[in-house]
Design a binder for this molecule. Structure first.
Ligand SMILES: [Zn+2]
Length: 461
C-alpha cells in the first residue's frame, strides 16, 4: 500500500477487526489515537489502519544479502515479505520461511540488495526522437515520462524524485505507478520549479542552444519577492508536492522565504543554484543542492555545518562537455547564450567538490538529470553517475550506500526505504553478480521487487 489509496476496498472486514483492537487499547480508551500509519511519501498523511495479515508472503532464499546497513554481506540469507513490507531478513539459520509462504524465489548465487534511488530526474524531459514535435504538449510529456518510468524500474531503480515537471505530469505518473496502472518506480515529486522572472527555468532562450523557447510551457512558477515565493510554495504543497524545488538566481530574502515556508509546512526544499546563491541557500537551510555549479570555496564547509545534502548530477554536465546532445541541437562544450549560466563547465572541479564534500561527511546522493535523448541515455546514465562518484573517491560500498540508504535519508524516507530490514517497504533489487566487487554488476538484473511485488523477472543468461 504505497500511499493508502489502492486496494482500499479489500480491507474493510479486516479493518473492522483492527478497529476493535484499537478501540480496546488503553490509548484508545483514553481518547489518544494509536500511532498512525501514514502514506509512504514525504508528506506522511495519516491513513486508516492497514491489515497486511492476509496479503501473500513471498520469500527470497539462499542468496547473498547486502542489506544496506553497512555490515558484511550475509551469505545463505532469507528475505521474507508480506504485502508491501519486509517481515524478516537475515541468515537462513535464524530466519525461517513461514509455512504459509505463497512463493519462494531461489536466489542461490544471486545478490539481494535495496532498490536503487535516483534523486534527480524529470519525467518530462526529451527523447532524441521528439524534439520540436512534442516539446510543449503536456500529454506528450506524460507519454515519454511513462516510457522513462519503465526504463528506470527495469534497471532496478525503484524510487525517484522528479524535481521539475510540466503541469502535473510527475504527479500523475506517481499515481499511475501507485495504482499499478503503469510500470515504474515509486515517485516523489516537487511540483513546479519556482523561479524568478528570467531565472533558471524561465529563460527566454533555451539553455545551451540559444533558440527561443515557447512561451508558457507550464514547467515553472515564476515569483517575485519573498511573499510571492511563499505563495508559490503554498501552491505546490496544495498541489500535493512531496518536495519544493527552487532555482537561482533569486534574492536572499526570496530563497529564505521559500525555505522557511516549505519547512513550516513540513516539506523539504531542493535548489538548482550556482556561485554565491548556493551559499545563501545553504545558510537558509535548504535540504538538497542540485548540481551546484561554480561553487565557492566556502560551500563545502557550509554544507557540513548545516548538514546539507549534495546531489551533484555530474553526468549531465559531462555529456555537455563531451558529446553535447546532437538531436536537440546542443553543441559540445557547455552552456551558451544563457544569462543564468555565465561560467565554464568544469568536470575536474565538479569531481573535486564531490571529493571534498565526501571527505567532510556531507551526504551525497545519486541523481542523473539527463535532459535529452532519454531513450538511449537511460538507464546507463545512472550507472555512469555511480562511476563518477567512484572517481571522486567513494568506495564501492559508499557508492552503493549513496544509491540506497543515503539516498533514502536524503529523500526524507530513511525510515521506510533504503535498507532491507523488517518493517521497511519491500523495494528490492536482485542481481546475478556481486555489486560490491564491481558496480557494473548492478546491470545484471535478475529480479526487481517494488512495493512487495515482483515487477521484473529475468532468466539467467
Ligand atoms: Zn534538473
Amino acid at each position: 500500500m504505497r500511499h493508502g489509496t489502492k486496494r482500499r476496498g479489500r480491507f474493510s472486514g479486516m479493518a473492522l477487526a483492527l478497529l476493535a483492537t484499537v478501540i480496546a487499547s488503553p490509548a484508545a480508551l483514553q481518547g489518544q489515537p494509536a500511532a498512525y500509519e501514514t502514506t509512504d511519501d514525504v508528506r506522511r498523511l495519516p491513513i486508516p489502519p492497514v491489515d497486511r495479515s492476509r496479503e501473500p508472503i513471498v520469500a527470497l532464499t539462499s542468496g547473498t544479502l547486502i542489506d544496506g546497513r553497512g555490515g558484511a554481506p550475509v551469505s545463505d540469507a532469507v528475505v521474507v515479505m508480506q504485502g508491501d513490507r519486509i517481515l524478516a531478513a537475515g541468515p537462513a539459520a535464524s530466519t525461517p520461511v513461514p509455512p504459509s509462504t505463497t512463493r519462494v524465489i531461489d536466489a542461490t548465487g544471486l545478490y539481494i540488495m535495496p532498490g536503487l534511488i535516483d534523486l534527480h530526474i524529470h519525467f518530462t524531459q526529451q527523447r532524441g526522437d521528439d524534439m520540436g514535435r512534442y516539446l510543449d504538449s503536456p500529454a506528450a510529456a506524460a507519454v515519454r515520462g511513462t516510457a522513462l518510468a519503465a526504463q528506470l524500474i527495469d534497471a532496478g531503480i525503484t524510487a525517484v524524485r522528479d524535481v521539475g515537471t510540466v503541469e502535473d505530469v510527475a504527479l500523475r505518473i506517481k499515481e499511475g505507478v501507485d495504482r499499478r496502472i503503469i510500470h515504474g518506480p515509486r515517485v516523489f515529486w516537487s511540483g513546479r520549479l519556482i523561479a524568478s522572472p528570467g531565472g533558471h527555468g524561465d529563460e527566454v532562450t533555451s539553455t545551451a542552444t540559444g533558440r527561443q523557447r515557447a512561451a508558457g510551457s507550464g514547467g515553472r512558477r515564476v515569483a517575485n519577492g519573498p511573499w510571492e515565493w511563499r505563495e508559490a510554495v503554498r501552491e505546490q504543497v496544495r498541489a500535493l508536492a512531496d518536495w519544493i524545488k527552487i532555482s537561482a538566481p533569486a534574492t536572499q530574502e526570496e530563497i529564505a522565504a521559500a525555505i522557511d515556508e516549505a519547512h513550516s509546512l513540513g516539506v523539504p526544499v531542493a535548489i538548482d543554484s550556482f556561485g554565491a546563491y548556493t551559499d545563501m541557500a545553504i545558510a537558509a537551510g535548504v535540504d538538497t543542492l542540485e548540481h551546484p555549479l561554480d561553487m565557492s570555496d566556502r560551500a563545502v564547509a557550509l554544507m557540513r555545518q548545516h548538514r546539507t545534502a549534495f546531489v551533484p548530477t555530474i553526468g549531465a554536465f559531462h555529456n555537455l562537455l563531451t558529446t553535447g546532445y546532437p538531436p536537440a541541437g546542443i553543441p559540445v562544450g557547455g552552456f551558451y547564450y544563457t544569462h543564468s549560466r555565465r561560467f565554464p563547465i568544469d568536470q575536474a572541479q565538479h569531481l573535486r567538490r564531490v571529493r571534498e564534500a565526501h571527505r567532510a561527511g556531507v551526504p551525497i546522493g545519486v541523481g542523473t538529470d539527463i535532459p535529452f535523448e532519454n531513450e538511449s541515455r537511460y538507464p546507463d546514465a545512472y550507472f555512469r553517475e555511480l562511476r563518477y562518484l567512484s572517481e571522486a573517491g567513494l568506495s564501492n560500498a559508499e557508492v552503493l550506500a549513496s544509491a540506497t540508504r543515503v539516498g533514502a535519508e536524503i529523500m526524507r524516507m530513511g525510515d521506510k526505504l533504503g535498507t532491507i530490514e523488517p518493517g521497511k517497504i519491500a523495494d528490492i533489487l536482485v542481481t546475478a553478480a556481486d555489486p560490491l566487487a564491481d558496480l557494473a554488476n548492478l546491470r545484471q538484473v535478475r529480479y526487481v521487487i517494488a512495493d512487495g511485488e515482483v515487477v521484473v523477472e529475468r532468466e539467467a543468461r
